[in-house]
Design a protein. Structure first.
Lengths: 116, 321
């Protein structure tokens, strides 16, 4: 091991607390669904969905950085793992979701009925 | 060349390379990277189908609303939230085991590994219960010739189960089995009610309405009584619960994706538990004590955290968004 290991228990429990709070907030939002966030639209979906996605990414960050200990690894290892993931996932989502939306438009405006 | 005494695990594989991690740990990271892309592919495919059927996709809160010992109570999300906690907590015990490993505390590592394994089993059990509810279904629905799912609600919009209104008619339909046919073909188990029984029951109960798959203002559209009766003329199947062909919740792809993605994740959890058990016994046997390094615990730990990480995304995209 290149780096020395002091006990991280404090940090571990801190991150656990944080992840729990985020999950509780997500569930609370999911149950109460405030109308101003749920029924409005922002950048293609409701602000509530954006909140869920952002909180999920925050959770993923803490799991990878604290639990999987990426924060203690060399920057080169960190980048070679996280870089391809972020790039490819964004690219895939972009292509596939735009296509899905297009197919919806075709189904919706075409002369053939698909679900009736 | 003289014999070299190997006192450090790194020496076996040439020591930490430019990335500052041993070969094993680096390869675990790249395995996780590729597996993460596999899961992203599945979730993106789910997103594709959902965007494709954006107007008719089932609303997750209405599907996953069961909680143990609270039968008939509408409890959306609580159960999956509990499952998320179980998995996050088993991640915590795993990282505590890794931490104890760095300090060469064998009993502590073993204890935390044990807790992690228990957490994994509890999660798998919860997953099985979730699947059971999903497959069994609660209310039942009917399917039209065009593949649309129709559900039933009362005047105040609450869901009504088929059993609550279907009429029992003096008709008999026996399940066709392989041993009775002229050729080796059978059919799947018959639903509790026939189409005619549901339709007659609907006609006899004037306060029941049909709810379509279509979503307007984040709510499924409920038809008027006249529209409902007209819509029921097209019905060809009674659907109870879920299978690979159709499900009472709505879009057919919904159940397929549910089975495939949560199933694939559950399979990962299962193999994670198995690997954890192997490592747990190695810890007990003192393998890593002799090796003077608990890095193996760290490697399975990475895998276990990855499983947790995937669940965080499945939770968001299946249950929340």
């Amino acid at each position: 091991m290149a780096h020395t290991h002091e006990s991280n228990t404090k940090r571990i429990w801190y991150v656990f607390g944080l992840l729990s709070i985020i999950t509780i907030v997500e569930v609370a939002f999911g149950i109460f669904k405030p109308e101003s966030l749920h029924l409005t639209s922002f950048l293609g979906t409701s602000p509530l969905n954006w909140i869920f996605i952002i909180l999920t990414i925050v959770k993923a960050y803490y799991i990878m950085w604290a639990f999987m200990h990426l924060e203690g690894e060399k920057a080169s290892l960190r980048w070679s793992v996280v870089g391809p993931l972020v790039f490819l996932i964004l690219y895939l989502c972009f292509i596939v979701l735009v296509e899905g939306n297009y197919v919806y438009e075709v189904f919706n405006t075409g002369h053939m009925k698909w679900i009736f | 060349m003289g014999a070299t005494v190997i006192s450090h695990e790194d020496a076996l594989d040439g020591g930490p390379g430019p990335l500052g991690a041993t070969y094993g740990k680096m390869m675990m990271w790249f395995f996780i990277l590729s597996d993460a892309l596999t899961f992203s592919g599945f979730l993106a495919a789910y997103g594709f189908s959902r965007f494709k059927f954006i107007e008719t996709w089932p609303i997750a809160d209405e599907v996953f609303n069961h909680f143990p010992f609270m039968h008939g109570v509408d409890a959306p999300m609580y159960y999956v939230a509990l499952m998320t906690f179980i998995l996050i907590f088993s991640s915590v015990t795993m990282v505590l085991a890794v931490d104890a490993g760095h300090h060469m505390k064998k009993t502590k590592v073993a204890f935390y590994m044990f807790l992690t394994i228990i957490g994994g089993f509890i999660f798998l059990g919860s997953q099985a219960w979730e699947w059971k509810n999903f497959i069994k279904g609660e209310f039942g629905a009917v399917e039209t010739r065009g593949g649309s799912i129709l559900q039933f609600v009362n005047a105040s919009g609450e869901r009504v189960a088929l059993a609550d209104f279907a009429k029992v008619l003096p008709e008999e339909r026996v399940q066709h089995t392989r041993d009775k046919g002229v050729w080796f073909s059978g059919e799947s188990a018959l639903p509790s009610y026939s189409v005619a029984e549901v339709v007659e029951g609907f006609k006899a109960n004037p306060n029941i309405l049909v709810r379509t798959e279509f979503i307007k203002d984040k709510q499924k559209v409920v038809l008027t009584r006249e529209e409902s009766l007209k819509r029921l003329e097209d019905v060809v199947y009674v659907v109870e619960g879920a299978n690979m062909y159709r499900n009472e919740y709505g879009s057919k792809l919904f159940a397929n994706f549910f089975f495939f993605i949560t199933g694939f994740h559950g399979f990962h959890v299962f193999s994670g538990v198995l690997i954890n058990i192997i490592i747990f016994f190695n810890v007990l046997l003192g393998t890593y004590e002799k090796r003077k390094s608990y890095e193996m615990v760290e490697k399975v730990g990475l895998y276990w955290h990855f499983v947790d990480l995937v669940w965080v995304f499945v939770f968001t995209f299946f249950y929340l968004v």
